[in-house]
Write a protein that binds this ligand. Sequence first.
Ligand SMILES: O=C(O)COP(=O)(O)O
Ligand SMILES: [Mg+2]
Length: 225
Amino acid sequence: MSLARFPVRAVLFDLDGTLLDTIHDLADAANLMLAEMGRAARPLEQIHSFVGKGIPNLVRRCMTEDAAAGEDEIEQAVVVFRRHYALVNGRSTRIYPGVVETLEAMRAMDLRLACVTNKAEAFTLPLLERMGLTPYFGAVVSGDTLPVKKPDPAVLHHACELLGVPSPLALMIGDSANDALAARGAGMPVLLVTYGYSEGMPVDTIECDGLLSVATGALDRIAAA
Ligand SMILES: O=C(O)COP(=O)(O)O
Ligand SMILES: [Mg+2]
């Protein structure tokens, strides 16, 4: 039995863990930062579980998980991380299978597309450019575009405003509870990919409208409105 299709005019995509596999660059920058701060390196899998609520949160967790750090030290660590991440951003990043086909198909359906990420804008825009994804998006809302980030629904409403599409006619595609909660708060359907970063939470325990093992699966869940 086929699942119901959502009538949509816009699709909002999460970035890290949904469009792009960025974990190696994030982990490299985190471990370069930890070394410079005189701390031990952390395993990739642990850093993986820290990604989702933006860079300040990632750095804080790297500095404080099973360790102690003062606020001044954390603030300094964020500056160090950003310096390293600017140099490695995109170096080992890959576009997930099916993403380009999905974006192409949605564009051919005349859907408006946006990228809504918790990654800071200074890293989001050059990364989209480097990966060749910039032309697909009519709007990009980053983690520091507004004073709030996902799971606050304001970032999704902002993306819809920029696209000129009412929020209930947009679909969110993400990989974590931050995406699902933001979509629910904004009154839009949400599909989650199973291959991304969900802060150590099994993705099938997150309330959503469906799971995607590959992005192209979203094409079976939408109808142009
Ligand atoms: O920067 C993060 O922590 C996560 O970014 P995302 O919202 O694109 O998954
Ligand atoms: Mg993500």
